[in-house]
Write a protein that binds this ligand. Sequence first.
Ligand SMILES: *Cc1c(COP(=O)(O)O)cnc(C)c1O
Length: 422
Amino acid sequence: MTPETRTEAESAGPRARRRRIYMDNHATTPCDPRVVEAMLPFFTEKFGNAASRNHEFGWEAEEAVTDARARIAQAIHAADPREIVFTSGATESDNLALKGVAEMFREKGNHIITVPTEHKAVVDTARYLESRGFEVTWLSPGSDGLVDLDELRAAVTDRTILISVMFANNEIGVIQPIREIAEIAAEKGVLFHSDAAQAVGKVPVDVQEMGIHLLSFSAHKIYGPKGIGALYIRRRQPRVRVAIQMHGGGHERGNRSGTLAVPLIVGFAKAVDLAVDDLTNGEIDRIRAMRDRLLHGITSRLPECHVNGSLEHRLPNNLNISFAYVEGESLLMGINDIAVSSGSACTSASLEPSYVLKAMGVGDDLAHTSIRFGLGRFNTEEEVDYVIERVVQTVNRLRELSPLWEMVQEGIDLSKMDWTGD
Ligand SMILES: *Cc1c(COP(=O)(O)O)cnc(C)c1O
């Protein structure tokens, strides 16, 4: 609750609290109450350390972790539960995958291939490795956000040790051609890591069938708790090994030391169970229908809207639209009862356009006016209709105030304008 709403609630009572709609489910999701319920006993009566081997408290915790690990492994079709390594989230999983492979295979080569549209957890880790003497090829995504497979194939050298391409993008929802990338990796004898934080529970993920060697994912993107995630590390065909990044008691078969967060792991497994059910019980279809309703509701009523990223190869819950001739900040302020993300990132000094949109060739103006809608399990069609109404009204109002929009309406070609006044 923001201080602003708290004051309102205190002065006028809870019923007067203004409406808030959460449509930022790529950033995080609320914990599903069923997940919380599954976790609760493991904070109190079942509080044991899963590494305590000599009493019942430990056994109880270990049993819960073993069960959770098996269910999580099964959800991504891993061959063996031992291929699941628990981490604090997808950021840590990405770090372990990239640094772990880089260090382990340094003798074989020092070349890594990735994409500038990756999550920062991959981008910044790859940059760090560059600073440590590794060579990184940054592929150029198309204007639709997709990786060019020919460019990828041509980038592989005999020094290449890893290809890291995300399953689905967190800003534009674009789903990469994972099977084809894996085929190229297999052909060339290179390891393939994919960040699937946005994909698990939204689209089918099958690490064996798809040929993925390392896969990062996280509980809080699928209605589970924050602070827990996993890295899938394949054990057979090929056996993948990563250099240890967290030294200590040798937990997780030495891959990640630290006392296991048993309640979070239990919640993670419950969240994964529910998310996998969503793929077949009609829930994902409901979310896709709401996304399409939002898309058509907005674009049928507003001209000059640009959808960022491929619509065809896209997560069912994502929509990313740029609204030409409005100011991004004003638009966000105008719809501030709706939680969404914008294509501008406030850094300490300036307003930077999204590096993802920039890498796809979206101009700064359109990047600044982009909005990311992330639909989720707790959104309703009625909320979608409200959002359409608010966005259409706000964009129309802002455009009425815009001298640029007025000129466009008068048929003036802005690209031919001389702005210098000389
Ligand atoms: C959220 C997210 C992450 C980071 O996950 P955490 O569990 O918050 O560390 C990494 N990659 C992608 C694609 C994400 O969406």
